[in-house]
Design a protein around this ligand. Structure first.
Ligand code: AMP
Length: 419
């Protein structure tokens, strides 16, 4: 016997018993962001690898260790996208989207790929939802972007999370701050993990983000970026907090948020659910004013976030939030005898044309088998059309929730729309 195929390690199937939850998250996200006038953008799943190397940053884990990079038949180097912002900005520049309006608000949903060690809340293919607000440096938009994430989680009904914000300053503040970090970490250099030893020279801020215990302990007393912000960044951060209060988004300041991607400046934020274990960020984002220019476009500021579906689903389960199963059919028609089939198909057609979910089983199975199927499919009503019903020119309808039954004349199928 041939051996069974399995999904690649770190990936998963979304089966029907789960897919309706994904659809719900997607629909809720879309309806919230559309209230803020965000429009959907869809970019390819693979891009020129350089797009990520130039934006996410060569010192980041994503580029150094996690990118699915490959050559096509002509030797061009592509990568499966590890994140959504760089492709959106590539498209924004390529299609001159700034000429449509001064502020461009875009959202995306789709799979991302990172070659990482799979564990709860971390896989190699994962779906993200995200928004990018491009064209303004106004701190209001930092706060609005955060409030959109907040309102989305609220709409889903999640409670166990907190909004954590920080400012990581601009390149001007970073110069002094990086110096301060190097002075601090120099004393501990021999105790740092090999990754942090190389981060020390290339990008010392990244040391703050290290998950290795010894590095984490050392980082506890590291200098805080908030003490090194220049006047402009300080003011920007205060304004973001002002607007967050105005938008009624509760938040805390967490000075250790640095974000794993190179392109952030000033505002950085994360939505943390501490019940999720090691992978506790539902999502995060920040301002990335330098990225568009860095990728060959104009000097245009932007702010955005990305969140992950799977951690959201884990949180929904943890908090016991019920999502309506839209896969369930409202009607199931049990039919017995050849003459019942015609009537059955007629009623099914009528219901489906009226946008009502209905199903049946055309195989000649017994009443018992069909009732069992109706039960399994979790339909709300079962319609029974047997010989007696055909004789009396009516069908029986049973409410599967409370067991009540009634008869409806075949000439009166419109009555089904009232149920
Ligand atoms: P990042 O782009 O790393 O800031 O990630 C944003 C969000 O995407 C995270 O907060 C997670 O919810 C989700 N995410 C990132 N990486 C993974 C992964 N490997 N597996 C599952 N979800 C992920």
């Amino acid at each position: 016997m041939a051996s069974k195929f399995t999904v690649p390690r770190g990936t998963y199937d979304i089966l029907p018993k789960e897919s309706y939850k994904w659809e719900y998250i997607e629909q809720t996200f879309k309806s919230i962001v559309k209230n803020y006038n965000y429009q959907e953008i869809v970019t390819p799943i693979f891009e020129n690898a350089e797009i990520f190397e130039r934006s996410v940053g060569n010192t980041s884990d994503i580029i150094q260790k996690e990118m699915y990079k490959f050559q096509d038949k002509k030797g061009r180097v592509f990568a499966l996208r590890p994140e959504g912002t760089a492709p959106v900005i590539r498209s924004y520049i390529e299609n001159n989207l700034w000429t449509d309006s001064p502020l461009t608000k875009l959202f995306y949903i789709g799979p991302m790929f990172r070659y990482d060690r799979p564990q709860a809340g971390r896989s190699r293919q994962f779906s993200q939802f995200g928004i990018e607000c491009i064209g303004s440096n106004h701190p209001y938009y930092d706060a609005e972007v955060i409030s959109i994430f907040y309102n989305f989680l609220k709409a889903i009904g999640l409670k166990n999370y907190q909004v954590e914000i920080n400012s990581i300053g601009c390149p001007n503040c970073s110069e002094n701050y990086n110096e301060a970090l190097r002075t601090y970490y120099k004393e501990y250099i021999n105790q740092l993990c090999p990754d942090c030893k190389s981060r020390f020279l290339k990008n010392p801020k990244r040391l703050l983000d290290c998950k290795v215990d010894t590095c984490k302990k050392i980082s506890k007393n590291a200098p805080l970026i908030l003490d090194y912000l220049d006047e402009e960044c300080k003011k920007h951060f205060e304004q973001v907090q002002f607007y967050l209060n105005l938008l009624k988004v509760p938040f805390i300041i967490n000075a250790s948020i640095v974000r794993g991607l190179d392109y952030y400046s000033q505002t950085a934020f994360e939505f943390i659910n501490n019940n999720l274990g090691a992978q506790n960020a539902l999502g995060g984002g920040g301002r990335y004013n330098g990225l568009i220019k860095q990728m060959g476009g104009k000097d245009i500021p932007a702010v955005g976030f990305a969140g992950g579906f799977s951690r959201l689903l884990l949180s929904i389960e943890n908090e016991n939030i019920k999502i309506e199963n839209t896969n369930q059919s409202k009607f199931f028609i049990v039919n017995l005898g050849d003459s019942a089939i015609e009537k059955t198909i007629e009623i099914l057609n009528f219901l489906r044309k009226n946008n009502i979910k209905a199903d049946f089983d055309i195989e000649k199975t017994s009443l018992k088998a069909q009732m069992k199927l109706a039960d399994k499919l979790n339909s709300t009503y079962t319609i029974i059309i047997g010989e007696d019903e055909m004789k009396n020119n009516e069908f029986t309808i049973r409410n599967m929730l409370n067991g009540s039954q009634q008869s409806i004349n075949f000439d009166n199928i419109k009555a089904l729309l009232e149920l």
